[in-house]
Ligand binder design. Sequence first.
Ligand SMILES: Cc1cc2nc3c(=O)[nH]c(=O)nc-3n(C[C@H](O)[C@H](O)[C@H](O)COP(=O)(O)OP(=O)(O)OC[C@H]3O[C@@H](n4cnc5c(N)ncnc54)[C@H](O)[C@@H]3O)c2cc1C
Length: 304
Amino acid sequence: MKTLLVCEYREGKLLDSSYELVAFAERLGAEKALVIIGSEPEAPKVNGKVYVAAAATYGEYNPDLHKKLVLEAVQRENPDYIVFLHSSYGWDLAPRVAAALKAGQVSEVVGIVDGKLEVGFCNAKLRRIVSAKSARTVVTIQAGAFSFTGEATGTPQIEKLDTTAASSVEFIGYEPAEAKDVDLTRAEVIVSAGRGIGKKDNVPVIAALAKALGGELGASRPVVDSGWVEHSHQVGTTGQSVSPKLYVACGISGAIQHLAGMKKSDFVVAINKDKDAPIGEIADVLVVADVMQFVPAMTAKLMK
Ligand SMILES: Cc1cc2nc3c(=O)[nH]c(=O)nc-3n(C[C@H](O)[C@H](O)[C@H](O)COP(=O)(O)OP(=O)(O)OC[C@H]3O[C@@H](n4cnc5c(N)ncnc54)[C@H](O)[C@@H]3O)c2cc1C
């Protein structure tokens, strides 16, 4: 079984998330070849074949040309799986490649069960196991679902990739997102509110702990979707990726999409009334308690 892993490159750099594709291939027990439309010095540090096309020629993003380049690599490698991250790059390019190959696409894969693909549904509350009927499968993987634990120290065997195809679009550049009222990416301490806090009126209780610790208020997605907290505070795949010294998760279960945004925190304290909540698997300290009793008591102690 063989995978072709489509890596990502932005503003002159390979994105580290590309190694999650390698972790996926390893979990599948499959051979791998990689593709990057970037630059040779930024080719992923893995042992094995890496197809490199120059972003200087084809643009850091161009759906027409990148599709052609990936298809060229597919022709040369004949992979069973063509794998992308479920990012803005992957979710735009993967369906174009799947349509061109008449291949089935499985999106937002979060796991592998007996060699089949596991995806979430019902807002990630349930999982289904799927496989495509086509000979080849195009896959996008959920950010954070496959962690690369090895060292990126391999020596890539570079193969040049080119196309003579023309494009009807042109990559112009990146536009920075609007400034937000809070920049969680720089915070050293983040105290985040999850659905377990119960209601909007309880948000100030969590914010008070954040203040007492000299940190910022974060939130899980349901808290934002319910309108209790602004989206600029959301941590996770559709929020911000943070790496504070201390992350306190208050009434947060530990869904993959949330963990993807905060797993680089140095020290994680989770407060949850469920001792088996998945957040416990990555927390350094799990406090099994009612968050609305524990947090005010802790804030009061800190204020003393
Ligand atoms: C495409 C996609 C993108 C997503 N992006 C994000 C994202 O960026 N960020 C994100 O957070 N989520 C994201 N999600 C949603 C994610 O899958 C989860 O649904 C979400 O993270 C759950 O939030 P939660 O932990 O606050 O709530 P829940 O999963 O409902 O967990 C609440 C927790 O609180 C505990 N609890 C309840 N009452 C108390 C109490 N009184 N005291 C202590 N503990 C209590 C419960 O035991 C439970 O563990 C995304 C989902 C999808 C499909």
